[in-house]
Design a protein around this ligand. Structure first.
Ligand code: DGT
Ligand code: CA
Ligand code: CA
Ligand code: ZN
Length: 584
């Protein structure tokens, strides 16, 4: 059982408990435990064996018992009991925005329906509208949300969210009366997927109405979902929701902090405030009364997030680290963290050309890299087993090398500081071996080893497969380790903590695949990567010239995963990268 397996089971309990009308606090405890276990740096099995589960923050005695039962029997009694009480179809209803567990249960009981399609019909027929406490408006809202779910799914990829948020933010910033403006929420924290986009503005109350008016009339906005005195929610033409909140200028710093989240980070901040005789909320930082209540008449003056952190004995915590994953310990002690930046990236590693499934020739890809100021291209077309992706035969490989040599001679003659490195993205075959005989592998400057088939192997076999690949001296980089496609395809079963240890030990790089559908290595393993000294490489996996620009998202995730430039392979200069290729 992997940490993710356990977390998924606990989350299932949480969802079912809500639908079963269980005590809210009891349910939340399961959600918290799931989160904790996802972020664990070591193997949950070890805690089971050594009986140290209750030593993990947020895991109480009863949940520890549930985990032990899961380890022994593959399920949890609490879950089985819930499953008998809650119909399967209802679980999907939890994804409908504006429909909470209480109403789900009400509709289900009164109308005796369990499927999403039945719910849709019941909304159309008026049956939902006739229920006490619901009405036509609610029914319409549910219908809209179902249509939205069907069309777009609930979350957006990071690139899509930024594409929507950036122009809207630029627009809001320039509306008359807006004094300060920022993007908040999961997007500011650079999560790999985004629920809704949160924008915050500071303005005098008298200007709020006209600002909201301008906002909802922006060309990207197609529907107003809700509008109040301080918040307006809209939907863009891409189906994404954007929330704009307007606060008073002196509340801006606290509100930005609050609406940036994460919820888990905020909980700790509030606790720290209490311990210091203060209360922190979305309106500001306040002294406590003698009874321990928030004294709104005694605000503690703080005009920036930094100032608030300072009052809580912390240095400024960058938004991408606000996840309650060790940031408090770190920023208590340190003023800042050395984090990789886009400007540090000097070469493009992992790109495809027309030799396999890329859209552009090697020359076009190389020129696109030069145009962007990069010093090298680590070209890695697919290997021969990936026939569906135009994988290179032995004959192709030799011809490709000639083409690369020729281009490099040309660049040198022209005095360009640019070189194409001969790489390959070799499939890791099901037994863990690479895709060419050793004498061919030896001819590449470097090899990326990736799994492209047989991704549903059981965990143990998959680990053996990766272990063999990592131990192969020709493997320099492991590509997209879990094979996940965000919001589309599940990840392979892998013990990533162990994989990172193995890679670090054998001096193998694990890429952060910067394609916004992948962002794999997952940032949640950043702490583990740091402890082991793992090196990553921020790889666009470009199949076109535009694809090179994915590097931007990879850098965001690398920062979230706490990588400093020295642990990112492609911060090396062309000369240094040449040396790295040589000393395998
Ligand atoms: P998302 O939209 O699902 O990708 O995730 P977020 O983090 O953007 O969540 P969202 O949009 O629901 O709320 C934005 C932030 O506001 C969130 O990160 C923390 C804060 N926040 C919202 N609701 C609560 C709450 O009930 N308690 C606390 N402590 N903070 C909240
Ligand atoms: Ca959000
Ligand atoms: Ca929101
Ligand atoms: Zn690739």
């Amino acid at each position: 059982m992997t940490n993710q397996d356990v977390a998924a089971k606990l989350r299932e309990v949480y969802n079912l408990m809500q639908l079963a009308g269980e005590n809210r606090f009891r349910a939340i405890a399961f959600d918290r435990a799931a989160q904790t276990i996802e972020g664990l740096n070591d193997d949950i099995n070890k805690h089971v064996e050594e009986d140290t589960l209750t030593g993990i923050k947020g895991i109480g005695k009863s949940i520890a018992e549930d985990i032990k039962a899961f380890a022994e029997t593959g399920t949890m009694p609490v879950l089985e009991a819930l499953k008998e009480r809650v119909p399967k179809g209802l679980i999907e209803w939890l994804n409908i925005s504006g429909l909470g567990p209480k109403n789900i249960v009400k509709i289900h009981k009164e109308l005796e329906i369990t499927e999403l399609t039945q719910l849709k019909e019941a909304c159309q027929s008026g049956a939902v509208a006739d229920l006490p406490g619901l009405g036509q408006k609610s029914a319409d809202k549910i219908l809209k949300s179902i249509a939205y779910l069907e069309k777009y799914g609930e979350r957006a990829h990071l690139d899509q969210a930024l594409e929507i948020a950036e122009p809207v933010f630029e627009f809001v910033k320039n509306i008359k009366g807006v004094q300060q403006c920022g993007i908040a929420g999961s997007l500011r924290r650079r999560r790999e997927t985004i629920g809704d986009i949160d924008i915050l503005a500071a303005a005098d109350q008298k200007d709020a109405e006209s600002i909201f008016d301008a906002f909802v009339n922006h060309e990207l906005i197609v529907e107003i979902l809700g509008q109040g005195e301080t918040k307006s929610s809209v939907r863009t033409e891409t189906g994404r929701q954007v929330d704009l909140r307007i606060v008073k200028p002196d509340q801006y710093a606290a509100a930005l902090m609050y609406f940036t989240g994460s919820k888990e980070h905020n909980i700790v901040l509030r606790q720290r405030a209490r311990e210091r005789g203060m209360a922190l909320n979305e309106y500001g930082l306040f002294k406590l009364t003698e009874d321990g209540d928030t004294d709104f008449d005694r605000p503690v003056k703080t005009d920036s997030e930094s100032a608030i952190y300072k009052k809580l004995d912390l240095h400024f915590i960058p938004p991408e680290h606000r996840e309650d994953r060790g940031e408090f310990d770190y920023y208590e002690q340190h003023e800042s963290m050395d984090l990789v930046e886009e400007e540090n990236i000097r070469g493009v590693v992992h790109a495809h050309s027309t030799w396999s499934d890329g859209k552009y020739t090697i020359r076009q890809m190389a020129e696109a890299c030069m145009d962007r100021g990069y010093e090298y291209l680590g070209l890695t077309d697919h290997s021969k087993t990936a026939a569906y992706a135009g994988g290179l035969t032995l004959e192709d490989v030799r011809k490709q090398w000639e083409e690369i040599d020729e281009l490099n001679r040309e660049y040198e003659a022209d005095g360009k500081n640019f070189r194409i490195f001969k790489g390959i993205e070799s499939d890791i075959l099901s037994d863990g071996s690479l895709d060419y005989p050793d004498e061919i592998l030896a001819g590449f400057d470097f090899v990326i080893a990736s799994v492209h088939s047989g991704m549903e192997m059981p965990l143990e076999k998959m680990m053996q497969r990766f272990e063999a690949a990592i131990k192969n001296p020709f493997t320099r980089i492991v590509g997209h380790p879990t094979g996940r496609l965000l919001l589309k395809r599940e990840e392979s079963k892998l013990d990533l903590n162990k994989l990172i240890e193995l890679a670090a030990k054998h001096n193998t790089v694990i890429e952060i695949n910067a394609n916004p559908w992948r962002l794999d290595l997952d940032w949640r393993y950043g702490n583990k990567a740091g402890e082991t000294g793992l090196i990553t490489c921020i790889n666009p996996d470009a199949h076109s010239t535009d694809g090179i620009d994915y590097i931007r998202y990879g850098v965001m995730i690398a920062r979230k995963a706490k990588f400093e430039p020295a642990r990112v392979l492609n911060t090396k200069s062309r000369k240094e990268f040449e040396e790295w290729c040589r000393d395998s």
